[in-house]
Design a protein around this ligand. Structure first.
Ligand code: GLU
Length: 469
């Protein structure tokens, strides 16, 4: 069997990690089995679907490198096909027109609730041959079998059965001519020859209905796998409160695609105790049956840990390619400073995200630095004039601008002035970076270069002097 999976998001809002995780699992399953992966945009809900949301889906998939073999298909472009199948179903009486008014349906529902029955359409129009004028509004309903049981083997959850009696004659086309999710998804899965439907557990209830429609149109039934929810650390539905954001926000926040993908695969799937997986390993090792049945708990600290791991593990050239996006966002012109690769190599140990790197590297590229008030208060007191001036004079005449020589000068200054190296380092750090945190000071000055280091110290000295006055 040629495996084919799909990711079928509705473009009605932000793309969240739960959705992208099912995309990842579908993609991996197709990759592992040399199959195909289809991207389908389920945009039949015209009121709620937006272009922005479609763009976010495509951007997210591209950013994460979840490349699709077919599509993107858009359901709004497939209306002729849906019309064709629906008309055929009407002819074969596996679907029927329902003219029931809103009032009747509301009354029916209330009655059923009073009688403690599950609200369900009573099939009034199923065999109703009454005459109706052409312009009389109607919906088209699926004629769900009334006896028997639907049994399917969920690849994650095992056997699931639902009695046909419990299922509604669901609407497949609304009065305004638009089609509903369950119908379109079924026709698409059939036409696109999907063999494995991997999706969120919120669709479990739809599966027996979809199987019935598939049977009615004589289509093969795919395998189904329903992936559990992702919850916040308080056990509640994941929301912004837990630090969960749209996929592209993770990019904004400075995460690498490798880190997010690695995080997502482990969030609900395991291979022994292994935490780190390269994409190649994922493709080899992934299996649907090892997906966890229970809900997963989102943990931003673990994601940050993985991001830090990948910032250090992946080649600096590669990290630099991702970093440039963030550097541009900070409005930094990198032509006037160190190469990005050098920057990555000195910042990757200290930073957990690319954004943090970009924010913390401004001083390398700017002639005039911004001094952090607290750092200035703490380290650039009048007493620092003497030590900074002392070291400044030595640095001005230093020709061998290397970390080792710079380190020697710092030591010498500390000895000559009888102050601690740590003290000198902190004063120098704030003087050249404006901040109280930076990579090792000798490496920082070396990377900053002689001219800029000297100019920054001059600015710091001026600042202290101006405060004394
Ligand atoms: N469009 C549906 C959703 O976004 C997915 C349906 C499916 O995978 O069958 O929830």
């Amino acid at each position: 069997m040629k495996i084919k999976t799909r990711f079928a998001p509705s473009p009605t809002g932000n793309l969240h990690i739960g959705s992208i995780r099912t995309a990842l699992y579908s993609w991996l399953f197709a990759c592992k089995n040399q199959g195909k992966f289809v991207l389908r945009i389920e945009d039949t809900d015209l009121e709620r679907s937006t272009k922005l949301s479609i763009e976010a889906i495509l951007d997210s998939m591209n950013w994460l490198n979840l490349n699709w073999d077919e599509g993107p298909y858009f359901q709004t472009e497939r209306l002729n096909r849906y019309n064709f199948i629906m008309n055929d179903m009407l002819l074969k009486k596996t679907a029927y027109k329902c003219y029931c008014s809103k009032e009747r349906l509301t009354y029916l529902r209330q009655l059923q609730l009073i009688q403690k029955e599950k609200p369900k359409y009573d099939g009034y129009c199923r065999n109703n041959d009454k005459y109706h004028a052409d312009n009389e509004p109607y919906v088209v309903r699926f004629s769900n079998p009334q006896t028997g049981t639907i049994i399917f083997n969920d690849l994650i959850r095992g056997t699931i059965q639902v009695k046909n009696q419990e299922m509604d004659d669901l609407i497949i086309r609304r009065t305004d001519g638009s089609y509903t999710y369950n119908f379109c998804a079924v026709i698409d899965d059939f036409d696109m020859e999907i063999t494995h439907v991997i999706r969120g557990e919120d669709h479990i209830n739809n599966t027996p209905r979809q199987i019935n429609i598939l049977k009615a149109i004589g289509a093969p039934i795919p395998y189904y796998a329903h992936v559990s929810m992702i919850l916040g650390d308080d056990g509640k539905k994941l929301s912004k409160r837990h630090g969960a954001v749209s996929i592209m926000q993770y990019r904004e926040d400075g995460f690498l695609p490798e880190a997010l993908i690695n995080y997502l695969i482990r969030l609900g799937w395991s291979y022994g105790d292994q935490e780190i997986f390269s994409i190649e390993e994922m493709k080899q090792l992934f299996s649907i049956t090892a997906i966890n049945k229970s809900a997963s708990i989102f943990n931003i600290k673990k994601l940050l840990w993985l991001n830090h791991y990948y910032l250090n593990k992946l080649p600096a050239e590669y990290i630099a390619k991702h970093l440039i996006w963030h550097i541009n966002k900070q409005g930094i012109d990198i032509k006037s400073g160190p190469k990005l690769i050098d920057l990555v190599n000195i910042l990757n140990k200290r930073c957990k995200t690319l954004k943090e790197m970009a924010i913390n590297c401004c001083y390398f590229y700017k002639d005039f630095i911004e001094f952090d008030d607290n750092a200035v208060k703490k380290y650039l007191c009048p007493i620092a004039i003497k030590s900074l001036h002392h070291i400044y004079k030595k640095l001005v005449i230093l020709n061998d601008w290397t970390p080792t020589s710079i380190q020697l000068i710092i030591k010498k200054t500390a000895d000559e002035l009888h102050i601690s190296i740590n003290n000198i380092c902190m004063q120098l750090r704030v003087a050249v970076t404006g901040l109280s945190k930076s990579p090792a000071i000798d490496v920082t000055l070396y990377t900053l270069g002689k001219l800029r280091s000297i100019s920054h110290i001059e600015q710091a000295l001026k600042l202290i002097v101006s405060k004394v006055k």
